[in-house]
Each structure stands twice: as C-alpha cells, then as structure tokens.
Design a protein around this ligand. Structure first.
Ligand SMILES: [Zn+2]
Length: 99
C-alpha cells in the first residue's frame, strides 16, 4: 500500500482507489491533507497495467472471440488491475515531471 511521505500514514486500498479516481495529478492524504503524487518510478511500472486491459480486449477481438466474452475479459482485467494497483504505487510529496 502507498505510504504518505509527509506523515507516514499508510493509505488503505479503498482510500487509494478513491483518490486514483479523482481527476488531477495530486491526491490529498486522508490523514494530513497534504497533496501526494505517484512517484515516477511507480508510474513507469503501472503504465504497463494501464495498457493491459485495452490490449487484451483488442487481442480477443482480433482473434474473433465473442464480443461479450471479450467485454467480460476487459472488465475482469480492469478490476484485477484496479485491485493490485494500490499495492504497486508509491507516493512522494514532490510534484515530478509527468514522464
Ligand atoms: Zn499524510
């Protein structure tokens, strides 16, 4: 789970997912209200995940798999990615470059 760099509090899975769903780069720490940012390092790691779901759907469509099955596959992979995402990311209190 990501840890706030400012106050050292570990974010819960739900808190992390909620904050990831909000728009904008910064995520407010639930404990100290300081803006936290996903580190460059973990952004690089997770960029692979972000492309995995649509890629999987594209592959299944390309191989002629039933569209409903590929949609289910897409949703399943999306949920799996969302499920493991908070375990992978790390936080920093410095706003870094986007890439
Ligand atoms: Zn904090």
């Amino acid at each position: 789970m990501p840890k706030c760099e400012n106050c050292g509090v570990l974010w819960t899975w739900a808190q992390t997912v909620c904050r990831l769903c909000t728009l904008g780069e910064g995520m407010k720490c639930p404990s100290c209200r300081e803006e936290q940012f996903v580190t460059m390092e973990s952004r690089k790691k997770t960029s692979l995940f972000v492309f995995a779901a649509p890629l999987l759907m594209f592959i299944s469509v390309a191989f002629g798999i039933n569209p409903f099955a590929s949609l289910a596959l897409f949703l399943a992979s999306f949920l799996i990615i969302l499920g493991i995402y908070p375990f992978v990311i790390e936080l920093t209190d410095e706003r870094g470059p986007m890439w």
